[in-house]
Design a protein around this ligand. Structure first.
Ligand code: DX5
Ligand code: ZN
Length: 229
């Protein structure tokens, strides 16, 4: 995964938790066929967000099954306690929520020392300025465009100014940080998000829509490369 969206080449990271979990191996094969840039792996703990999804044992098995980049997003109340487990299980990028971290800087250092990419996720209510001091340590910032917790929610367009402003700030300061947009990404907003400065689009419902995964990824890529009218 490279940084900043200079060439307007956007990376697509389908959220595997929105796929058919009883057919995880098949879903991964389809994502490989589709040539996705990463698998987005959503971890929910039933506390930071209401539901439970997949965790460390699943991640270990996904790691065994694929060489695709694993972009792990932990929506948990205790990232300080579990970051090492997810690194050990094979996360390539590990993003935790700033709202939940006790010692965010230390966590970033731990992720970087393990040779992985460090990311922070921001809830809709959290300003990017809250993590300005951490930007030199970060490879990725995930801007949530839904309140985390469920797939297939309505995309919050009210987050668009935040994406644009953060992208402009990174550009001005020469920070090579991937800007990942997560929540309600679809064919109708992918082009706008790319234009705002997103470099990675997470997609759950838009990719796992009951049809062909390969076609859905291709359509999303095309939509992201097409500037809005
Ligand atoms: C939100 C998760 C997401 C989300 C993506 O709680 O972090 O990654 O499930 O799914 P869609 O694209 O359907 O919003
Ligand atoms: Zn996510």
């Amino acid at each position: 995964m490279t940084a900043q969206n200079i060439n307007n080449v956007i990376k697509i990271a389908p959220s595997i938790a929105a796929g058919r979990l009883l057919h995880l191996g098949d879903e991964i094969k389809r994502l490989e066929e589709a040539g996705v840039d990463a698998i987005h792996f959503d971890v929910m703990d039933g506390h930071f967000v209401p539901l439970l999804t997949i965790g460390v044992p699943f991640l270990e098995q996904v790691r065994e099954a694929t060489n695709l980049h694993l972009d792990v997003h932990i929506m948990v109340t205790n990232p300080d306690d579990v970051v090492d487990d997810y690194l050990k299980a094979g996360a390539d990028t590990l993003s935790f929520h700033i709202e939940a971290a006790r010692h965010a800087h230390r966590l970033c250092t731990r992720i970087k020392q393990a040779g992985r990419r460090a990311g922070i996720a921001l809830n809709p209510a959290t300003h990017w300025q809250n993590i300005e001091f951490l930007l030199p340590e970060l490879d990725q910032v995930t801007i949530m465009t839904v309140n985390p917790g469920y797939s297939r929610q309505q995309h919050l367009t009210s987050m668009h100014p935040k994406i644009r402003e953060f992208a402009n700030f990174c550009r001005a300061q020469n920070y090579a940080i991937d800007i990942c947009v997560d929540g309600g990404v679809n064919l109708g907003n992918a082009g706008t998000l790319a234009q705002l400065g997103a470099t990675i689009l997470v997609a759950g419902g838009a990719v796992f829509n009951g049809g062909s995964t390969v076609d859905a990824v291709q359509a999303l890529r095309l939509a992201a490369a097409t500037p809005p009218a």
